[in-house]
Design a protein around this ligand. Sequence first.
Ligand code: ADP
Ligand code: MG
Length: 381
Amino acid sequence: MADVTLRVVSKMFGRGRRAVSAVDRVTLEVADREFVVLLGPSGCGKTTTLRIVAGLESPTGGSVSIGGRVVDDVSPKDRDVALVFQSFALYPHMTVAANLGFGLKMRGTPKVEINRRVSDVADMLGIADLLDRRPDGLSGGQQQRVALGRAVIRRPAVYLFDEPLANLDAPLRVQMRQKIKRMHREFGMTAIYVTHDQQEAMSLADRIAVMRNGRIEQIGRPQEVYRRPANRFVAGFVGSPPMSFLDVRIRRSGGEVSVLLGDCCWPLPKGMADGLAGGSDEPLVMGVRPESVRLSFENNDEGRLLPMQVEMVELVGDRCDVHGRLPTGQLLVARAGAADGIEEGAHVWAIFDMDGVTFFERSECGRNVMPEVVGAGERVS
Ligand code: ADP
Ligand code: MG
């Protein structure tokens, strides 16, 4: 079993007024064979968290366990973890096969076993036909695959990835994502994977931990984090283009709960209304994803459709993202078909698919007020 547990882990760099809090009371349980992604903007503490698990950085508070054993006093090389960075050099004078097998050889692994593992890893990464070449004869992507193979061939208990694909171009990143997914499946690896790329996180993770300022803001399965973000930060960070935020008011009268926005008013579905606590005329922020906005050229549902002026249309294959402005001055992004004929400058009407919206407090931290939201630290299984 190679589960990883961080208990209230903190890390301060420096002292006194110069002190920087890089990791702030992070609690995280990664199950055996689970792939957890730490997602967050640059400087939020992802690398430091990973280095603490690897033992390369000692926490100023809290404790780390691997496989049920507290490893706070265990040196990095005895933790049985592999750390994969975004840039790592290959040995230029060795063949690909020798590069892959080098770490095993240094550990005295029998030659037959080394050959078997080199061939397994090479197959999995699609570099089997390159084994006799030297690094300078390989493309950047091929080199990256060899480097990845070299890091994982040891089959450690825990794999730690720190933005390993950040230097690759987009098609190669997608290809490498698939390789890593496959390795996860076939090796049954326990992994913590750091990235600032929400798409990468969505595609790789069993669970995503979204970080900000050294803290975990939310942990959950990709769909949960996407559909039920714990706060406005998570909502804005996950999803592209990001969720739109609209200032609304909630009106309650005679058992009906309605949402008010500008001159429009529409009822909330019963299930959602029940979940929203609070009084009448409550100011909230409604969060709506582009795919939950429908646009039409006609106002065929008086009082429920919002007029919107289209400011920008971004084509994404067969769909387009329509960026528009409401009479209240607020911005709204909708997804439409590329063939729908929506053009910049057009006046259209917007309506929401209420199952796809969520509500936040108007305060600075913008907590989600819908009850199903699973917050930081809670485990969903
Ligand atoms: P991320 O990987 O999410 O970009 P890091 O973990 O590298 O974030 O950094 C978190 C914070 O800690 C940042 O403010 C960074 O400047 C600071 N930090 C990281 N390493 C050190 C260090 N060795 N000394 C001082 N501050 C550091
Ligand atoms: Mg980093």
